[in-house]
Design a protein. Structure first.
Length: 239
């Protein structure tokens, strides 16, 4: 079962904000270049992925059926590109701070409230992921989690970073403070309240066979296992 939460920004004055066009264009061009160049060096593979139709919901459940009991193997092209995105961290970090400062001020966003909202969601959800709707890295991370069968909650900040409003922009910056690298990119994934990083880090723990152990430690339910993990009455009675 996957829960999807859409961030609804507080209304603000109708003011058009033009961030430095050079930064925006450079960020997008370099991001696309990483994905394109990565595909040239990684042999093509057939990756089984699932697509589930979701709509913008506010704290509502979306139930999907799993087609495989095993976690899908990470897409090598996306994984390589995600690792390469760390080179763009200074550019995205500068852009994120500027965007949050301008849009957050216009929307009169309370930074402490934003941080508090993140803490509440972390405590209420054993697996929590913050995503962009159009990001290939977010899509890949969601595909891995969905195929694994473990329950998770998806918080979509917006379609992409340059389409965020004030509250979502501040949330993006607040999330960057929860990882050692300070990266502002999404997705950001929390398991048992601990941020493991993004798409590259999730792919790494899947490749290393560590996903199941992390999920079990956090006591995350797995829909693929049906009732096998539920307590057995007779076993408990004679234990």
């Amino acid at each position: 079962m996957m829960m999807m939460i859409a961030i609804l920004n507080r209304p603000h004055n109708s003011v058009t904000i033009h961030l430095p066009i050079a930064i925006m264009k450079l960020s997008n061009i370099l991001a696309l270049a990483f994905i394109s160049s990565a595909s040239a060096f990684v042999p093509s593979t057939t990756t089984q992925t699932r697509s589930s139709s979701t709509s913008s919901l506010s704290m509502s459940d979306t139930t999907t059926e799993s087609t495989t009991p095993n976690a899908t193997m990470p897409n090598p092209v996306i994984k390589l590109a995600a690792n390469g995105m760390s080179l763009l961290k200074p550019i995205f970090g500068l852009e994120a701070q500027l965007q949050a400062a301008v849009l957050g001020a216009i929307s009169n966003v309370d930074k402490e409230a934003v941080a508090g909202d993140i803490d509440v969601l972390k405590s209420q959800n054993k697996v929590l992921i913050y995503t962009y709707g159009l990001s290939p890295f977010s899509t890949e991370a969601l595909s891995i989690l969905e195929a694994s069968g473990y329950e998770y909650t998806n918080v979509e900040l917006g379609k992409e970073w340059f389409l965020l409003g004030g509250e979502a922009s501040e949330t993006r910056v607040a999330l960057s403070k929860l990882v050692d690298s300070g990266a502002t990119s999404l997705p950001k994934i929390f398991i048992g309240g601990e941020c493991i990083g993004g798409c590259a880090e999730l792919a790494e723990i899947v490749d290393n066979g560590e996903l199941d152990s992390k999920m079990k430690l956090a006591k995350v339910s797995n829909k693929n296992k049906g009732g096998s993990d539920k307590p057995n009455f007779f076993t408990n009675l004679f234990a």
